[in-house]
Design a protein around this ligand. Structure first.
Ligand code: SF4
Ligand code: SF4
Length: 119
């Protein structure tokens, strides 16, 4: 994961982890032997956030399902995800927070690039 991707992930985690059902009482992520779906699919999630605009959830959800879920180990051949059914996937449950965090970092990066050009 490169530095920019780490920055996206850090911003997403600061918004999402405290609400996630996988966070343990000691504030450590409980997915010890598995990768958080957000981290595992970060590159695709960031790309979707950059390609889709607007406040409506439908286009984001459709793209997440067809791109991220289709490539996820949790998705079964039937296309059903048990984590999604239990609302236990943070990528799915908190996707608007995820996209807000990505938009914020994107804006920060844009402002930093502009400032660097001006100096
Ligand atoms: S599963 Fe992901 S979102 Fe949930 S606590 Fe762990 S790192 Fe955070
Ligand atoms: S909803 Fe299920 S299939 Fe989709 S990313 Fe989350 S865990 Fe993977």
């Amino acid at each position: 994961m490169n530095a920019v991707e780490q920055r996206y992930l850090k911003a997403i985690r600061s918004r999402v982890c405290h609400s996630c059902s996988d966070l343990m009482p000691d504030r450590i992520c409980g997915l010890r032997e598995r990768i958080c779906p957000i981290e595992g699919h970060l590159r695709d999630i960031v790309q979707i956030a950059h390609c889709i605009s607007g406040d409506r959830a439908g286009p984001y959800v459709r793209e997440l399902r067809s791109t991220v879920c289709a490539a996820c180990d949790h998705s079964q051949t039937s296309g059903v995800c048990p984590r999604n059914k239990r609302q236990a996937c943070p990528m799915d449950k908190y996707f608007m927070l995820v996209f807000e965090a990505i938009a914020d970092v994107h804006e920060e990066l844009r402002a930093e690039t502009e400032a660097a050009i001006l100096h």
